[in-house]
Design a protein. Sequence first.
Length: 344
Amino acid sequence: MNPFIYTALPTRVIFGRGKISEVATEAMRLGMKHPLVITTKHQASSGLAIIKKSGGVAFAGAAMHTPSNVTEEALAIVSAEGCDGTIALGGGSSTGLGKAIALRTDLPQLVIPTSYAGSEMTNILGETADGAKTTKRDSKIQPESVIYDADLLDTLPDNFAATSGMNAIAHAVEGLYAVDGNPIISLMAEEGIRALATALPKGKAGHNEALYGAWLCATVLGSVSMALHHKLCHVLGGSFNLPHAETHTVILPHATAYNSVGSPNAMGRVIRALGSKTAAAGLYDLAQKLGAPLTLKELGMPEDGLDKAADIAVANPYPNPRVLKHAAIRQLLDDAYHGRRPQH
Ligand code: NAD
C-alpha cells in the first residue's frame, strides 16, 4: 500500500426516487426562507414546481459555462429580493450559476442535479467573461446539500443521457490514475464506472443506478486531479466551442488509449468495471452501443484546428501518467476526429 492523503467532501447527499419531496425541509435546514431557484430557460417549469414547495423567487437564465453577465443579473435579484440561499435544479449549467453566486456571497446552496455532469460534488467553478474561461477552486463553491432524485431524469433525452453518462465515466477513469489518487477514490471510481456502464444501456429503467454512478464519479472529480482527457476537452470546448458532454464522449476512448501505456493498474480496474477485454476499446464500444457520437468531425471540429488544439494541450505541463508528446497527442486528436476504434 502506497502512502496517500484522503480528504472527505463536506456535501450532504440525499439520494432516492421521490426525494424531491424533501426540498422544503432541506432548504429550511440550510436556513433558507427565500431562496433563488435557478434553472435554464428550458427547465423553467421545474423551477416553478420547486418554488411551490419551498417558496423563493425564480431565475431561469442559467447558461453553459457560467457567463459573468448572467451571474451579475442573478446577483441583482439576490440583492433586491434579499435571497438567503440558492436552489439550483438542472445540469452543470444551473449548478454553475449557484456556485458563482455562492463564491461572491457565501450563501448556502442546495443542488438538484438532473444530468450526470457531476458539478454538484466539486468545489470547482468554470466561468466565462469576454470570451475567456477561467477555473477556480474555493471551499465557498462546494454545495452544502444535494438531492439526487432519478424521477427528475425522466425528461432527459436519450442522446443527452448517453453523453452525460460518458462524461461522468471520464471523471472516474482519470481518477483511477490521478497523481493524488487514493484507495477510497479508486473504489468509488471503479464502482461508478460499473454502475453507469450497466445502467446507461437500459434507458429510463437505468436512470436510478446511473445517477448513483454519476454521484460516485462526481465525488472522484471533486477529490482528485484530472489529467490529459479533461485538459483536451477543456481546450476543445474553450477554443473551438465544442459541446461539453459530447466532446467528453468522443475523446475518452482516445485519451484512455494514450494513457493505458503508463497506468496498467487503472486500466485493469476500468476493464473489470466494464467487463470488457481492453479499457479504451471497451469505452469506445460502450459509446457506440449507446448511439453516442464517435467523431470530433460530427461535433463541428474544424480539421485544420487539430494542430492548434495539440499545441495548447501541451503548452503548460501538468501531471499525467504518460509523458505528453506533441506528435502523439496530434495523432490522438486525429483518431478522435475520424472516430477510429482504439486498438487496446
Ligand atoms: P447543461 O446543464 O448545460 O444542460 C444541457 C441542457 O439540458 C440544458 O438546456 C438543461 O436545461 C437541459 N437538461 C438538463 N437536465 C435535463 C433533464 N433531466 N430533462 C430535460 N432537460 C434537461 O449540461 P451539462 O452537461 O449537465 O453541464 C455542462 C456544464 O457543466 C458545462 O458548463 C461544464 O463546464 C459544467 N461542469 C462543471 C463541473 C465542475 O465541477 N465545475 C463539472 C461538470 C460540468
